[in-house]
Structures are given as C-alpha cells and as structure tokens.
Design a protein around this ligand. Structure first.
Ligand SMILES: [Zn+2]
Length: 76
C-alpha cells in the first residue's frame, strides 16, 4: 500500500522576519521573531498568528475526526 497522502501539505510553521498583521484577523499583530502558521494557497502564502492558527487547527482536527467517523460508520 502506498504511503498515506498528507492532506496538510500546505501548512507549515515559520518565524516572522519582520512584524506584520495577522492575515486572518488584521488587528492581531505578529511581532518579528514570533512563530506563525504559513498557509500556502494558489502559490501565495498567508500567515496567521498563533491564536488564529490554533483555532483553525482545532477546528480542522474536529472536522477530520467527523470525516473519519463518517467513513468508518462510527457513531460520534
Ligand atoms: Zn490572528
């Protein structure tokens, strides 16, 4: 069986080289040296602050668990 495909290739964590606003909630400020989530969409990168990134990751985990349960006919 081939290696499982990752659904999450377009997500990486990097470190901001300069300060800028979070691209999910512009009032969130990412400082130089802060970790951030890099999301690559159509060859452009968006960067989210840790707060927004963790929220998205948690929502993603819940969604993936739902899909997994649905595929395996498991009850929630
Ligand atoms: Zn944010």
């Amino acid at each position: 069986m081939p290696r499982p495909k990752s659904l999450l290739k377009k997500l990486t964590v990097d470190v901001a080289q300069r300060s800028h606003n979070c691209q999910h909630v512009p009032s969130h400020r990412i400082q130089q040296g802060d970790k951030r989530l890099k999301v690559t969409k159509d060859r452009t990168d968006e960067h989210y602050c840790v707060t927004c990134a963790v929220e998205s990751i948690d929502a993603g985990i819940r969604r993936l668990q739902e899909l997994r349960r649905e595929l395996l006919n498991e009850q929630p």
